[in-house]
Design a binder for this molecule. Structure first.
Ligand code: KIV
Length: 257
């Protein structure tokens, strides 16, 4: 049985932390699902970790759908959420319905995720929810705005904090079923979490969120650069490099096969 939106709400009430990680292909998704990850996010960070771009901006909707299909084939329990990539939902509401609709029609994902809040995204979230498309929101550091804001920690001044809290409340009101809080002041994330009925999923937002998400390539030590809030649990980049070097040496020295 797949993890549902209702289950996430229940876990928030029970204070049972929600485990979320990103995936970009079948093999990773299968392992995350086997390990009991609750929500698998096909994040647009795959632009960087799987496709080698320097930001999330270039990834296309077709590419996100392609990767989401592969992820869904590996998952039997977790909820799968797919990111709407840059400029596939910001132009107007009908563009957002079209793009999000494609994700739900062409993949087995349960929901879409989009970046931004009050006032720009509120009517969009409201319309998507109205037509039956579940929306996970994403505020704080929003990597699709990197050209404007950089990768700086958000919510550092009282004015910024007030704005971000207002965004969170408006997104809940508009129908979002969960909100990712990225790289923000820990007390602000705690206030938002306590103010909302829907779960918050933190990344670099402290321990008081209802759940935690990391980019799986960072957790596995596969990323070339790791953000300050991520924790590599295994140095897989080094391990793979050693294994492949040994294989290359064995082939060159006629030790394999
Ligand atoms: O794209 C992504 O991986 C994300 C996470 C950082 C939450 O949005």
């Amino acid at each position: 049985m797949r993890v549902t939106i209702q289950k996430l709400q229940q876990w928030k009430q029970e204070k049972r932390p929600i485990v979320c990680l990103t995936a970009w292909d079948y093999a990773i998704a299968q392992l995350l699902d086997m390990a009991g990850v609750d929500v698998i996010l096909v994040g647009d960070s795959l632009a960087m970790v799987a496709l080698g771009h320097s930001s999330t901006l270039p990834v296309t909707l077709d590419e996100m759908i392609h990767h989401t299909k592969a992820v869904c084939r590996g998952v039997s329990r977790a909820m799968v959420v797919c990111d709407l990539p840059f400029l596939t939902y910001q132009r107007d509401i009908s563009q957002a319905v079209e793009s999000a609709g494609r994700i739900l029609k062409e993949t087995d994902a349960t929901a879409v995720k989009l970046e931004g809040g009050y006032p720009a995204m509120i009517d969009t979230v409201s319309r998507l929810t109205e037509v039956g498309i579940p929306v996970m929101a994403h505020i704080g550091l929003t990597p699709q705005s990197v050209r404007l804001l950089g990768y700086k920690k958000q919510g550092q001044t009282p004015q910024q904090q007030e704005k971000i809290l207002k965004q969170a409340l408006a997104l809940e009101q508009a129908g979002a079923f969960a909100i990712v809080l990225e790289h923000m002041n820990e007390e602000l994330a705690a206030t938002i979490t306590a103010s909302l009925q829907i779960p918050t999923i933190g990344i670099g937002a402290g321990k008081n969120c209802d759940g935690q998400v990391l980019v799986t390539a960072d957790l596995l030590g596969l990323s070339e650069k790791i953000p300050p809030f991520a924790k590599p649990y295994i140095p897989l980049r080094d391990i793979i490099l050693q294994a492949v070097t040994r294989f290359a040496d064995d082939v060159k020295s006629h030790q394999f096969p």
